[in-house]
Design a protein around this ligand. Structure first.
Ligand code: KG4
Ligand code: ZN
Length: 342
């Protein structure tokens, strides 16, 4: 790493969180996230409302990130922003803001791939965090993606497998909706699951390729099961909530661990990282700790605040790109669809 003093401002606005972060030589000085409460009552993210909220939030969020970092914008060396993937209207707010600020300050602009950033959050400089050595395998699990990626270098990634339909975060959120829980339901299922019996109800695991995922069948299975039970007992959900949540969580985490086992077998790589919003999940964290003990894996779990969408992961990716002089042209545009390899 460079000995020079480098400040990077990261901006994230791909979905429903507006976030800004300042990092100094890879260390996080601030990581401000403004959640958009407005979507909860609609049971999911409403794109038009998300982009409007980003417009309201972006200036105060960036200001707060600079204040907390205790630096002036004139000290920034570059601006990193999420180019994609994500919701176009949301991405446009961050992209336009980042471009204007970089132009105004006459400093480099750096485009960041959101999916790469989830993975590269592992390279944030932290006192007690261990960084994965190359090559490692990363299971990226979020509301929009579910992938197993082989990471050979910071910007050398290969998708080994991915979901053919829903993402795992979607499976969590849609199951939660079926149970009448508010959006995003993933953290709530996780919370209730911890008090329930994971073997109380059995859901069928999907049959897909060794390293691929499918969650839409599981979601339908859960829906039919709940509909049938509620017909017989209208209070079924309330009476069994913790057991239902524990059983859903058990099935999902079993699927994730099965795929990771397959990936280790195929690649012979035992350095395993997880990334993305669902990597906040308590059960996957427990299971990875067990895998360290029993299967000799070395596992890398991001700090809680770097799991769900945040700008620190954008800033660290921007920093790593800056060190390699990977700057963007000011004419760059947002991309709603972008592979982790692009
Ligand atoms: O990475 P992220 O913030 O946004 C995307 O890029 O998609 O991931 C959000 C997803 C949501 O589906 C949310 O329900 C899920 O992560 N999530 C969790 C937990 N915390 C967040 N799912 C299960 N257990 C959790 N503890
Ligand atoms: Zn994300």
């Amino acid at each position: 790493m460079s000995q020079k003093s480098i400040y990077i401002l990261g901006i994230e606005s791909s979905c429903d969180d507006t976030s800004a972060s300042v990092i100094h030589n890879g260390k996080v000085l601030s990581n401000v996230v403004a959640n958009q409460e407005i979507h909860a009552k609609y049971g999911g993210v409403v794109p038009e409302l998300a982009s409007r909220a980003h417009q309201q939030n972006i200036v105060p969020v960036v200001q707060q990130a600079l204040e907390q970092a205790n630096i002036d914008k004139s000290q920034l060396n570059a601006i990193a922003f999420t180019r994609g993937p994500g919701l176009m209207g949301s991405l446009l707010v961050g992209t336009s803001f980042a471009k204007s600020l970089a132009l105004g300050l006459n400093i480099p602009l750096i485009d960041v791939n959101h999916m790469q950033a989830h993975i590269l959050a592992h390279f944030i400089e932290e006192e007690d965090a261990k960084k994965p050595p190359f090559p490692f395998v990363c299971l990226t699990i979020s509301g929009g993606h579910t992938q197993i990626v082989k990471v050979s270098d910071y910007f050398e990634m290969e998708i080994l497998g991915e979901t053919i339909d829903d993402a795992v975060g979607e499976a969590y959120d849609k199951s939660a909706k079926i149970l009448g829980l508010p959006y995003p339901g993933g953290p709530l299922i996780d919370k209730y699951a911890q008090e329930g019996n994971p073997k109380a109800f059995k859901f069928t695991k999907p049959k897909v390729g060794d390293l691929d995922f499918s969650f839409s069948g599981l979601k339908t299975g859960i829906l039919y099961f709940i509909q049938k039970q509620v017909k017989e007992n209208p209070n079924f959900i309330e009476e069994n909530l913790v057991d239902i949540c524990a059983s859903i969580q058990y099935t999902i985490v079993e699927i994730l661990m099965d795929k990771l086992k397959n990936a280790v077998k195929q690649t012979d790589i035992k350095h395993i990282a997880i990334a993305g919003g669902v990597s906040a999940n308590s059960e996957i964290r427990k299971r990875l700790a067990l895998a360290e003990k029993h299967w000799n894996w070395t596992t890398y779990v991001p700090k809680f605040e770097y799991t769900t969408d945040n700008a620190a992961m954008i800033a660290i990716t921007g920093y790593l790109k800056h060190l390699q002089n990977k700057h963007s042209d000011i004419a760059i545009t947002a991309q709603a669809r972008l592979k982790v390899t692009e």
